[in-house]
Structure formats: structure tokens, C-alpha cells
Design a protein around this ligand. Structure first.
Ligand code: SF4
Length: 344
């Protein structure tokens, strides 16, 4: 079957997905990305949704082998933002026009369910925004509380659908448990985000196809595909970084298979390539998540090495992003950008 015929299918098998991930020649890559772009335009027109992230703690009790924030990394400077500091940044995000605030941290039990609930409640009472939580695996009762006080979305990446690989790179976590958490979050009404890391040691194209299939079966509202970029002082600090082509192919194939889900062009993509986010948009992405984490903390939220935009003033990010978006024929949307699965 030629590429054009394959791309005309409505449903894709695992073999189809592996074939599409493997596209390598320039003509075929162009056809693949154009198809992804046309699907993005069908659902999101020329609008790119912005989510302002506050990385409020880089403490983590986990030991993910690839991550610079892992507990045993004693080299990094740890920080925790106070509730007032978080609220101040939330105001900055709201005043910049962005209507989604992402509260992200390592798995840090210092922030109890109650503390996070208070922060969510206070932000929601002051600003008309959607809130995404990205604070790792927590007891189900924590999720219940946060949903009851108005948190809208939860981002919990599955990282890899290869169970053996997952359990190897997460010494204190378990694949089946992660899936249970994602299903629970969806069941109680969160818009859920999941996704993978591409370029992990021993990961195959079949594994990446399974990641896309898993996102489909979990009925995710957002699917995030990040490149592996090594972090200093971790067991993977000598592993080579993800190839840009494979990442962009994955994003394009995910758009084609998952259709109307949100797909971000991540800061990690910009780290891999100076114009990575623009290339991601041209491969089907429709979300950008600028960090508003303030100094002096911003430079210390280093899940991976050489992270982009860690010294810039967060308020200068938006004009820069706008220019980048216009250069690829799209514009920033300042709506909340809820899941199309709930707004259609
Ligand atoms: S990936 Fe997340 S849970 Fe794992 S060590 Fe890093 S911050 Fe912690």
C-alpha cells in the first residue's frame, strides 16, 4: 500500500503505525506532516493554545532513571515555592491573557492534598482560568478533593507502554498502577493528559506505536510526546538524545491517529532543536506551554540537560512565541482550550 492510500484510512493497525513512524525520505515525510497539519487545522484552525506552567517544587520522592529531579540527585539545588509565590505567578499568567494554568512539581508530599486544594480554590476564585495539575501519582482521595474544588485537568504521563521497560526505569512505580490512576482520573471527570518519552534505551518503534494506541484506548484529552534528553548525574547521563525526526514523526502519526486531542510542542522539543516548536506545529501540534516559573527557581527545574528558556524573563516569552507562531502561519489562542471531547 502506498503512503497516500495508507493515510486515507480512518482506523490504523499497529503495523500501519509502525510503517508511518518509519517514514524517512523527504517526499514521504512531507506528505505525512501535511496530512497531520490538515487534521490539526480541521479541529483547531490556525489557533495554538497556550498553557502557562508554574513549576513550583523540584523535590521528588521518585527515582526515574532518566530524570534530573530524581531523589538521589544531590547536585541540583532544591526549591519549594510558597502558596503566595504561586498565587503571584498565577496572576501574572492570567494578566498575560493565558487562560490555562498548569501547576507542576516532582512527587513532593510536602504539598498535602489540602495545600494543593487551597491553591486551586484560590486561583479559581480570583481568575477565570482552567487548572491542570501535574504532581505525579497521589492517593485517589487527593484526586477526588482536587476535582471537587475545581481542578479541570490532570497530566500524568505513562512514559512508555512497554511494561517491562516502564518497570525498569521507574524503580518505585508500577505500570499497571499508573494505568489505574489514569483511568480513575478520567472516571472522576478530569480531562486527562498522558504520553511518552521517545528515545529511551531499548525502546522500539513497536513500543512507540503501543504508546499511541494506549493514548487512544485511554481516551486521553491531551497526548504529549517528549524527546529523551539526558540529564547530568543520572543513570542515563551517557545515553544519546532522541532523534528529532523520530519525535516529529511520532507527533504527526499521533495527530493522524488520535485526531482531535491536544498535542503540545514541548519545551524539550525546543531544546532538541532551536526551531523545534515550530517544526512540531508543522507536524500537527496545537499547544505550547511556556514556563512562568520565576527566578531564582526557573534554572533549577531541570528534568533534562540544557533546557531551553531558563534564563529568559517569563514575560518576554510571549512576544517571542508570537513571532515564532506567526512564522509558521498560526496564532496564539487565548481561550481556555478545553478538550474538544467535552466541548463538541
Ligand atoms: S520524572 Fe517526575 S516522578 Fe520521576 S523523578 Fe522526575 S519529577 Fe520525579
Amino acid at each position: 500500500m502506498n503512503l497516500e492510500t495508507l493515510l486515507d484510512k480512518e482506523e490504523f493497525t499497529k503495523d500501519d503505525i509502525v510503517t508511518l513512524l518509519n517514514v524517512k525520505n523527504e517526499r514521504e515525510i512531507n506528505v505525512l506532516y501535511k496530512k497531520a497539519e490538515s487534521i490539526r487545522e480541521k479541529y483547531f484552525r490556525d489557533e495554538i493554545h497556550l498553557r502557562g506552567i508554574i513549576e513550583f517544587s523540584n523535590y521528588c520522592r521518585q527515582e526515574c532513571l532518566y530524570c534530573g529531579l530524581r531523589k538521589s540527585n544531590k547536585i541540583i539545588e532544591r526549591f519549594r515555592m510558597t502558596k503566595n509565590e504561586i498565587l503571584k505567578v498565577a496572576k501574572v499568567i492570567y494578566e498575560s491573557g493565558i487562560k490555562t494554568i498548569v501547576l507542576q512539581s516532582g512527587e513532593d508530599p510536602f504539598y498535602t492534598a489540602k495545600i494543593i486544594a487551597e491553591i486551586v480554590e484560590e486561583i479559581k476564585s480570583k481568575f477565570d482560568v482552567a487548572i491542570t495539575l501535574s504532581v505525579g501519582e497521589r492517593p485517589f482521595t487527593d484526586y477526588d478533593l482536587w476535582r471537587s474544588v475545581g481542578a479541570d485537568r490532570y497530566l500524568l504521563k505513562h512514559e512508555t507502554a512497554n511494561k517491562k521497560l516502564y518497570n525498569k526505569i521507574h524503580p518505585y512505580q508500577n505500570y499497571d498502577n499508573k494505568i489505574k490512576h489514569l483511568k480513575y482520573l478520567k472516571a472522576i471527570g478530569f480531562q486527562i493528559g498522558s504520553g511518552n518519552i521517545i528515545g529511551l534505551p531499548n525502546q522500539t518503534y513497536e513500543d512507540i506505536a503501543d504508546d499511541i494506541i494506549l493514548c487512544n484506548s485511554l481516551d486521553v484529552d491531551m497526548a504529549s510526546f517528549s524527546p529523551f534528553i539526558h540529564a547530568d548525574n543520572t543513570p542515563f547521563d551517557n545515553v544519546k538524545n532522541c532523534e528529532l525526526r523520530l519525535l516529529l514523526n511520532t507527533m504527526a502519526v499521533a495527530r493522524i491517529v488520535l485526531k482531535n486531542v491536544h498535542i503540545p510542542a514541548t519545551t524539550a522539543l525546543a531544546t532538541l532543536d532551536e526551531e523545534g516548536r515550530e517544526k512540531g506545529i508543522l507536524a500537527g501540534a496545537n499547544v505550547i506551554m511556556p514556563s512562568f516559573t520565576p527566578s531564582p527557581y526557573r534554572k533549577d527545574y531541570l528534568i533534562y540537560k540544557d533546557k531551553k528558556c531558563i534564563t529568559e524573563n517569563p514575560q518576554l516569552c510571549l512576544p517571542c512565541l508570537n513571532i515564532r507562531l506567526l512564522s509558521v502561519g498560526v496564532k496564539a489562542s487565548f481561550s481556555k482550550g478545553d478538550s474538544l471531547k467535552i466541548t463538541c
